[in-house]
Design a protein around this ligand. Sequence first.
Ligand code: SAM
Ligand code: DTB
Ligand code: SF4
Length: 325
Amino acid sequence: MLRHDWTLEELRAVHDLPLPELLFRAQSVHRAHHDPQAVQGCALLSIKTGLCPEDCAYCPQSAHYDAGVEPQDLLSVDETLASAREAKAQGATRFCMGAAWREAPEGERFERVLSMVRGVRALGMEACCTLGMLTQEQADRLAEAGLTAYNHNLDSSPEFYSKIITTRTYQDRLDTLKRVRRSGVTVCCGGIIGMGETVEDRLGLLAELARHRPHPESVPINSLVSVAGTPLGERAPVGALDFARVIATARIAMPASIVRLSAGRLELSEEGQALCLLAGANSIFLGDRLLTTPNPRASADEELLTKMGMRLCEDPVTAAPAAQA
Ligand code: SAM
Ligand code: DTB
Ligand code: SF4
């Protein structure tokens, strides 16, 4: 039974359990809904980089800061599909295209993104986009092009959100998520830990996500990649035990969702990553680059999964949204 009425207090009680109990519960829930040995490999490509008008304190792509990111206008369909083919050859079954936009554009550039989506689907991969805010018409057109998922993170609790992002509101994010849901595209929505938020803020995000009906099919948990030049450029990384507690709580609150151990793996040891996978994460980003920051090498990931006796999913895993209601 999936629940949509988790309270902050209940989530706090779960999060604060003795670690053996928390991991046992998360693993039990995990096994009831997923193959515990399988991890979905996703690849990320920044299709439009830098000069973003939004002011998100964590983001190296914001035009408000100088984080040394080389700006790059929207890639061509061919460049994008070449990267998708490479990702597929490396074992990824989902290809995520990210753009440093406040909102998706109209006209030729949007048509180009639609062609990218059709091309990725034609390769037999799941296609995901993250383009900023969408109108209902844009969401519907992405659905028509065959988009599997739309990534749009709520990042933190409503209370903490306004301390890190000043150019849009939590409600703006919720509105886009509603449009995505209405279009029939599945929802990928999660957040970032390690920005100076409290545990309550982390759980506030999970409580919000768990209230959604259906739950987001995909929940990325990022740990801040602290980039010099941004206001959060000197933050210490979150420890593996804290990371794992958030993942385990997300797993328990949203049992059927894919929980993604997303940004921040380079700051974790092999054992730290293993702990997060044991806590219920069942997806990682493959490839040595996220959008603008580095990610573990393919050989390191292969080694980790082999040592753990785990494997990458061979086929796409995302079910239709109705399956999660
Ligand atoms: N501009 C679009 C938007 O913000 O929705 C899409 C691209 S944006 C880079 C996608 C997500 O990346 C953000 O919502 C945020 O959660 C994550 N992100 C950005 N910078 C990050 C960082 N330094 N560390 C961890 N996650 C980050
Ligand atoms: C998500 O939650 N994490 C990914 C994906 N969605 C788009 C992005 C991580 C970005 C990390 C910082 C960077 O590489 O620029
Ligand atoms: Fe722009 Fe997205 Fe970065 Fe915010 S997170 S500055 S919207 S690219």
